[in-house]
Design a protein around this ligand. Structure first.
Ligand code: ZN
Length: 117
C-alpha cells in the first residue's frame, strides 16, 4: 500500500458574479481525507454554489457600486460566508481538523494571473 499524501489540492479561479469578476477557491475532496475535512470542504463548495451554507450562513457578495468599481480597475472581488462556530466549514474548524490529522493545503494560484486582489 502506498503512503497517503495528506494534501488537499485547491486552485484559485476567476468566476463571474453579476457581471463582475470574483475569485473562488475550488478544492478537491480527497477520498482518503478524514470525515471532518471532507465535510468542511463539501459544505464550502455547496455554500458557494447554493448561496447559503447548511449552518444558515449566507454567501455575502459586494454591492453593485463595488462590483462596478472593481471591474473598472481589473480587481477581483471575494465573497464571504460567516459560518457558525460549530459549522465544519468554518475556517477555524477546518484548520483544526487539518492540523489534528496532519493534512496540509496546497493552493494553485496560476488562474489569477493578470488580476489583482
Ligand atoms: Zn457553514
Amino acid at each position: 500500500m502506498s503512503a497517503i499524501e495528506k494534501t488537499v489540492r485547491a486552485r484559485m479561479i476567476v468566476d463571474e458574479l453579476r457581471g463582475a469578476p470574483m475569485v473562488r477557491l475550488v478544492a478537491e475532496l480527497p477520498d482518503a481525507a478524514p470525515v471532518a475535512i471532507k465535510e468542511g470542504l463539501a459544505r464550502r463548495a455547496a455554500a458557494e454554489r447554493d448561496g447559503r451554507c447548511d449552518c444558515g450562513a449566507p454567501l455575502q457578495t459586494p454591492l453593485r457600486p463595488r462590483r462596478r468599481a472593481a471591474l473598472k480597475r481589473g480587481q477581483l472581488l471575494r465573497g464571504r460566508i460567516d459560518h457558525t462556530s460549530d459549522c465544519p466549514a468554518a475556517t477555524a474548524a477546518l484548520e483544526a481538523a487539518m492540523m489534528e490529522h496532519g493534512w496540509s493545503l496546497s493552493i494553485d494560484m496560476t488562474g489569477l494571473r493578470g488580476w489583482s486582489l
